[in-house]
Design a protein around this ligand. Sequence first.
Ligand SMILES: NC(=O)c1ccc[n+]([C@@H]2O[C@H](COP(=O)([O-])OP(=O)(O)OC[C@H]3O[C@@H](n4cnc5c(N)ncnc54)[C@H](OP(=O)(O)O)[C@@H]3O)[C@@H](O)[C@H]2O)c1
Length: 352
Amino acid sequence: MSANIFVTGACGYIGGSIVAEFARHKGGLLESARIHAAVRSDEQAESLSTLDVSVVKIDLSNPYALAGYMIRNDVSIVIHTATSIDAEVVQNLITALKKRREANGKKAFFIHTSGLSAFDDNTGWPFGEVRDIDPVYFLEKQCTDSYIVDVLVAEQTQAAGLTGLIVMPPTLHGRGGGTWNRLSPQIPALVRAAIKNKQVYKFAKDREVVLTHISDLTTFYAQMAEAILQKRALPAGMSGYYFTVSHSVRWWDILDCLAATMHARGLVDEPTTKVWPSNAFAAEALGVPINFAHSMWDSSPKVVCVNKDLIGWKPVWNRERLLQSIDEEIDDFLELGVPKSSLLDSLRQARG
Ligand SMILES: NC(=O)c1ccc[n+]([C@@H]2O[C@H](COP(=O)([O-])OP(=O)(O)OC[C@H]3O[C@@H](n4cnc5c(N)ncnc54)[C@H](OP(=O)(O)O)[C@@H]3O)[C@@H](O)[C@H]2O)c1
């Protein structure tokens, strides 16, 4: 019997790209899996009608509705991409999947999508470089706020008898394969700010940023799902952290390249960058609360990915390919604009 995989945030940048990749996937057990795409509006549901997936408009704040759907459809894998910071939604999904496990006794897997930007000294991470095979759960538990949902996933999945896996991507780039939101916020916001100011700006200190192209990330999720379907043993729960970095590049190299390329296209006045006049100016231009401008466009987490080898993940993007694709990143913004990001929306609300 084919497996049922439930993806939240199925019209988001990451979730939409996963759904599109899985729907078209050829080979292995994943090819015959049924994908259930969870969205929260009729328009989003309609956008997915071109894909061979089951679309469900469902309220993630309602654990009973979630449990009912998961039991009726024998969901064995939940891939949660809708929000990395909403503990209540995570708790509801785990509760629902637990009820499905209790209903028929079969194993169930909860894959949470978190992020690596919190592992940066700039954002208060006190432990320096970290590997995903280190005791990340215990390190996060000693900190506050940013890490609380990862800790919850590790603890609650274990308590519920589920297999919990935490995927941690860095800043993402590239055009996603989904049907709704197809861009990550960071590079489009830089392009928009540069067009508005006729100038590419940078933060005063150059830092190495870790990145992943969205196509490499969706390959990772496909390989992880395939490993689960093949019943391969994977580190899980308090050891179930998977860092997914495909390459690194200095922020200033991206911005220098952006300035030269945008100048050649007549989009900015200067072929070189300038330092933001102030943090307030940067935050305003990038469209985020002032506290988040650095963490989103200046973060430099020191991380080492080890568990990816157990999945068999070999990303194909690298620094050179990114710098050569800056024209495409500009085209993506000109065609699609700055994406609506529910993460940015929630950050703005949290800061009033
Ligand atoms: N993009 C990156 O560079 C990146 C990197 C690392 C980690 N992450 C994390 O990965 C997660 C997804 O990122 P993304 O770029 O895919 O974001 P996104 O494009 O904003 O997608 C999130 C999707 O989930 C939906 N959603 C959000 N909260 C929901 C809720 N409470 N109930 C139901 N649906 C909800 C949104 O619906 P609406 O469209 O209706 O708002 C949206 O379709 C975020 O938590 C982010 O922190 C992102």
